[in-house]
Design a protein around this ligand. Structure first.
Ligand code: 5GP
Length: 177
């Protein structure tokens, strides 16, 4: 996606040999116009399948996921990294955070994922695939179907994309660096 690639080149900062910082449009400040284009692109790429819900992980997946849900006209659910006391019946799984270097027990309320759901997973980055694998695990627990995974920035030099594709999961990345 040209507009995204341009943005990464002009505003992205390489922090180390494996981490890129794009805080000016995706991970801290958000560029709403770019997010809208991203949502449209995901909606177009998955137009061949009937998505019932978009799923992401808080917090940086929420903006692109919401724009995708808006264009597809379906609800957006985000997995929580800390279990609030208000959460009753829920699915959960362990996810290792690439950027925070810690384990998170991610949770989703059972009422928002049903066996007849066909889920589009969205996330901001794909590195080793831990976040996506955790959400795929929750989709399995719910007995729902996975239509595919939409990633804003895939780091092609790490192995998440290869592993997920080898598992037969459809992964659409808007920029691969
Ligand atoms: P994975 O679970 O695929 O190893 O890593 C993906 C998650 O880690 C994403 O949800 C994203 O928040 C974070 N992440 C991975 N690599 C980067 C990176 O280079 N920059 C930023 N800002 N976040 C990253």
């Amino acid at each position: 996606m040209k507009a995204l690639e341009q943005k990464i080149v002009t505003e992205g900062n390489v922090l180390s040999d494996s981490v890129i910082k794009v805080d000016s449009f995706l991970n801290h400040q958000i560029d709403p116009l770019l997010m809208k284009q991203i949502g449209q692109e995901f909606a177009d790429r998955f137009s061949d399948t009937k998505i019932t819900k978009v799923l992401t992980l808080e917090s940086s997946g929420i903006a692109p996921a919401t724009m995708t849900g808006l264009i597809l006209g379906v609800p957006v659910v985000f997995a929580k990294k800390r279990k609030p006391i208000t959460l009753a019946e829920h699915f959960s799984t362990e996810v290792y955070s690439f950027t925070k270097k810690e384990m998170n027990n991610i949770t989703i309320a059972k009422e928002f994922l049903k066996p007849d759901d066909n889920i589009l997973l969205i996330d901001d980055f794909l590195a080793n695939g831990q976040a996506v694998s955790g959400m795929v695990d929750i989709i399995k627990q719910a007995g729902a179907s996975l239509a595919g995974v939409g990633i804003v920035i895939e780091k092609g030099f790490q192995h998440g994309g290869k592993i997920l594709r080898q598992e037969g999961i459809r992964v659409e990345s808007l920029a691969i660096i």
